[in-house]
Design a protein. Structure first.
Length: 180
């Protein structure tokens, strides 16, 4: 069965189609939630809430992107909402007045593994971590990240640039034992 047909059956509230769509995407979306939440129980809860929301809002799916991309957006938003609900309110620095110098160079030393980079992303300050993760790991652009995180594109670019700087420094310290 083609995915479009499956989605259309889900729009008609066909439970078998919903189960089939769930089984098709649950493992991949669980991995997305785990990248943000780092806790199996929390990831499972967010995954279930995401699918419930997706099936409640499936009539809004217009096919402009793949169903997987649409669902991934829901999972990421639910994951970020979950993280926000766990943290106390923080005072935000107004970064809208700052100018961003573009730096598209994401190269790192050859001896650094993907796992090391992912581990160091986890150690970034919250406001940089999510922007870097959405950009590097999830593949979103500045416009999409700014919509997901409800930031201006300029703030998104600033946080990405700063997050990249923090990431480089932490990788240097980890690999060389010094910050210089």
């Amino acid at each position: 069965m083609f995915q479009i047909e499956l989605v259309e059956q889900c729009k008609a509230n066909n439970r078998k189609a919903q189960v089939k769509l769930y089984r098709q995407y649950c493992d991949g979306m669980y991995c997305v939630a785990m990248r943000f939440l780092k806790n199996e129980d929390d990831a499972e809860d967010v995954l279930q809430e995401s699918f419930v929301k997706a099936f409640q809002k499936i009539h809004q799916f217009k096919g402009e992107v793949t169903f997987g991309a649409w669902l991934k957006r829901i999972v990421i938003n639910k994951s970020l909402d979950f993280l926000k609900s766990k943290h106390e309110k923080m005072v935000e620095l107004d970064e809208t007045y700052m100018q961003v110098a573009e730096d598209d160079d994401w190269t790192i030393d050859d001896g650094v593994s993907v796992d090391e980079v992912l581990s160091e992303i986890e150690g970034l300050p919250e406001k940089y971590k999510h922007v870097v993760q959405l950009f590097l790991v999830e593949g979103y652009d500045h416009s999409e990240i700014s919509q997901i995180l409800n930031l201006t594109e300029n703030t998104c670019r600033t946080r990405l640039l700063r997050g990249k700087g923090h990431l480089r420094e932490s990788l240097k310290k980890k690999n060389y034992g010094t910050g210089s």
